[in-house]
Design a protein around this ligand. Structure first.
Ligand code: ADP
Ligand code: ZN
Ligand code: ZN
Length: 742
């Protein structure tokens, strides 16, 4: 072997250490065939772990005799291509997270376990000859009809996983199979590239406003630009995405579409699949490992022309990327809240920049970060102020309840309005953003309140499951019959949750179906679509639910949206509390009047004259956002100043707080000695719910006048923590651009 040929590899492994480890290339493997991004099994201490080659090198800084060979090479081509590897290296730096963990996170679970990066066997369903000629409406059940129609539409078949996402049950599938209308095929070969017609349906002709936006973006498809599409709900943003995507597909390129966790509804998917004949891959948390691997491979092999997915789909390699679309870009689910705490929107922008492709952010309620960038002309700003078709955008009407008697949280004028809409044959949506029956249980004799044993929080009363549940740590207890303190009977629920809303509306409107949508009813087999069936049929009904109802759904017959108890958002400990509340209210309000019928939105509030509520209701989201931006500027918060959070927790009180105080002292000393005045620290403070899950939590805020200053401070901080042992049992994490700051 010539001396210059590489014979060491630097490997990163999924451990919380900021360093890489050298291994020797074992006999029998040609070092020339090794490339960064390939997976290898290595002996790491007593464990065998799966690592990723970060570099192939001729030399090592260690004593060559002590460098062990790696155990096994897994890939023959890199699992992570160079572009993705470089993006992830950048992200590891930016988010101050160990590269080994970042790369591990970026791989689908099957690849993390060392499975081969090849297409697995896949189950497909397609129509048989007799299924093709059977009219769908000759079948009995509505789901059977829909299924047959769906498959008739897709002569090449749909995967089992796609059908599951569309929420067809295995009974529905097997009943059509028994009648030989559809059949199951197993296929192994990799999906072919798309050939033939691109479109499966004729697109809408765009309104003038939509056309202008489309042209502005489509004229700059070569090269990196960030576009913010700020359009009211129902203004036809999705239609603009679809027609833009069409143009990119015509250039033979791939498109990545990111949607919030809750936004990947069957309705959304159906829209993409009905528009395009090309292969659309999906990736979301409800899929199993094999399905995720499959979608990831399809993206990497460019056999998927479109990849639609939640947050982590961002990390699928796409060699032929031509456009990234981020729908509901303001949504908090784009931020990963544990481990590698990246923001998928922000990282998508970096990805687009490196790939020199455009990125389109869309929302009816843009984040203040994106609005700020648009207003300062870092992003191109496009607006759609009117609803598509005949629909009319509703305004939010404030209903002051300070002097009104309430019946289980509902005021008389609101109930009357609901009645009027129902009598007119329409549907009503009641937004009540708390699960359970009541947020607490109270003893009127001694004032006792049910509190969690492990958290500084109240227990929520759940009547259906007959328990008190903590929504912060999952602790559950039976409902006490008498007060645990004074032993009197007569404990009373305090406040309203969705269960109570459902009961009380059902009593008030005994003839009308009341459908509750929250994490308790949508859990398990009874899925959202099944629950929503009567709503889609269009008969009068009342929908009661949490924010699960706020996004993605299209309810053409809902003409009244009632918002109950939104006031909690006004007093949030988080500086983004107001922004979140405003976004949620506007999104919920957007469910009203999406078709031909005008909609009404009523906000029942005890703070009708709060300035931000006033602005939001009377002048709309943009006016609200501008007002918020100004107040953030005054106090130096994001988006004006970048920030990070150092969080810590421990089983004993004060340990985390004291540790953070030491960090702060050392950091401050360092900054003074370096004469840096572009970095600031605030805290440490106990978290706003200090004890959670039996651990005491505290945080330290870090600010910088600019990103460079902040990152100077952060990298110094990481080095400091790595070099100094942390107290036993203490857990810490660093969160750059945190979404939650309490
Ligand atoms: P958004 O994504 O802004 O909420 P959508 O694209 O979902 O808006 O459009 C709302 C509704 O209007 C959908 O039912 C869509 O099919 C319809 N629509 C959108 N654009 C047009 C158009 N140019 N002409 C007719 N209908 C349209
Ligand atoms: Zn009592
Ligand atoms: Zn708890």
């Amino acid at each position: 072997m010539p001396e210059s040929s590489p014979c060491y590899v630097e490997v990163v492994v999924p451990v919380p250490l900021f360093q890489a480890f050298d291994y020797r290339v074992p006999e029998g493997i040609d070092p020339q065939s090794l490339m960064p991004g390939m997976r290898v099994w290595v002996q790491f201490g007593p464990r065998r772990v799966l690592g990723v080659i970060n570099q192939v090198r001729a030399t090592t800084l260690l004593e060559p005799a002590k460098v062990r060979p790696f155990t096994e090479l897994v890939d023959d081509t890199p699992a992570l291509d160079e572009a993705m590897l470089n993006l992830l290296r950048w992200a590891a730096q930016y988010y101050c997270h160990p590269l080994g963990e970042v790369l591990h996170h970026a791989l689908p679970a099957a690849l993390r376990q060392g499975k081969p990066a090849h297409f697995p066997i896949q189950t497909l369903w397609r129509v048989t000859t007799s299924g093709r000629s059977t009219p769908a409406d000759s079948l009995k059940g509505i789901r059977q009809q829909q299924l047959l129609a769906e498959l008739q539409h897709m002569p090449n078949g749909l995967t089992q996983e796609a059908l599951r996402t569309l929420e067809y049950s295995s009974q529905t599938l097997s009943s059509l199979e028994k009648r030989e209308l559809i059949e199951k095929i197993e296929r192994e070969q990799r999906p072919g590239k798309h050939q033939g017609k691109l479109l499966a349906e004729v697109p809408h002709s765009l309104s003038t406003a939509q056309q202008q936006v489309l042209e502005a973006i489509a004229s700059q498809l070569d090269g990196f630009h960030v576009h913010l599409l700020d359009g009211v709900t129902g203004s036809g943003k999705t239609e603009v995405y679809l027609q833009l995507i069409e143009q990119v597909l015509r250039q033979g390129k791939q498109v990545l579409v990111l949607v919030p966790e809750i936004g990947l509804t069957p309705q959304t998917l159906r829209r993409f699949r009905h528009r395009f004949q090309v292969n659309v891959a999906i990736m979301h948390s409800g899929m199993n490992d094999t399905e995720r691997l499959h979608a990831w491979l399809e993206a990497r092999e460019a056999s998927a022309c479109i990849l639609i997915g939640t947050r982590s789909a961002l990390m699928a390699p796409m060699p032929n990327l031509g456009l990234i679309v981020i729908d509901e870009e303001h949504d908090a689910s784009f931020k990963q809240q544990e481990g590698f705490r990246y923001h998928a929107r922000d990282l998508a922008i970096v990805r687009a920049q490196r790939a020199q492709v455009p990125v389109l952010l869309g929302s009816a309620t843009p984040s203040l970060e994106s609005l700020h960038n648009a207003l300062r002309q870092h992003y191109r700003y496009h607006r759609l102020d009117e609803r598509a078709g005949n629909a009319i955008a509703p305004t939010i009407e404030r209903l002051d309840i300070r002097k009104l008697p309430l019946q289980d949280g509902f005021s008389e004028p609101l109930l009357a309005r609901m009645q009027a809409h129902l009598e007119a044959g329409q549907q009503v949506l009641v937004f009540l953003n708390r699960r359970g029956f009541a947020p607490s249980l109270h003893c009127p004799s001694c004032g006792w309140l049910a509190e969690c044993e492990f958290c500084d929080a109240r227990m929520t009363l759940h009547k259906r499951s007959r328990s008190l549940n903590c929504h912060h740590c999952d602790h559950m207890t039976p409902i006490p019959l008498t007060c645990p303190e004074c032993h009197q009977p007569g404990l009373e629920p305090v406040g309203q949750g969705t269960e109570r809303g459902e009961d009380s509306l059902q009593q008030h409107f005994p003839e009308t179906p009341v459908i509750r949508i929250d994490r308790d009813t949508v859990r398990g087999k009874t899925r959202m679509e099944t629950l929503l069936e009567p709503v889609h049929k269009g008969e009068p009904c009342i929908l009661v639910g949490t924010q699960m109802l706020a996004k993605g759904h299209h309810f053409p017959n809902v003409t009244l949206v009632a918002i109950i108890d939104a006031d909690q958002g006004l007093f949030s400990a988080d500086f983004r509390g107001m922004e979140r509340m405003a976004q949620l209210l506007v999104q919920v309000a957007g469910r009203a009047g999406r078709a031909d019928k005008a909609g009404e939105v009523i906000l029942q509030t005890a703070h009708a004259d709060h300035p931000l509520i006033e602005t939001l209701c009377d002048e709309g989201y943009r006016a609200f956002a501008q007002q918020e931006l100004i107040s953030r500027e005054h106090v130096g918060l994001p988006p004006w100043q970048p920030m990070a959070l150092l969080r810590a927790d421990h089983q004993r009180p004060n340990v985390a707080l004291n540790w953070l105080q030491e960090i702060r002292d050392t950091l401050t000393q360092h900054l003074v000695s370096e004469q840096r005045n572009d970095c600031q620290l605030a805290g440490p403070l106990p978290a706003s719910m200090e004890r959670r899950h039996d651990r005491y939590r505290a945080l330290l805020h870090l600010y910088g006048d600019n990103r460079k200053a902040l990152h100077y401070q952060l990298h110094w901080l990481c080095a400091l923590i790595e070099l100094n042992p942390v107290p036993g049992g203490l857990r810490w994490s660093l969160d750059v651009d945190p979404a939650d700051t309490f």
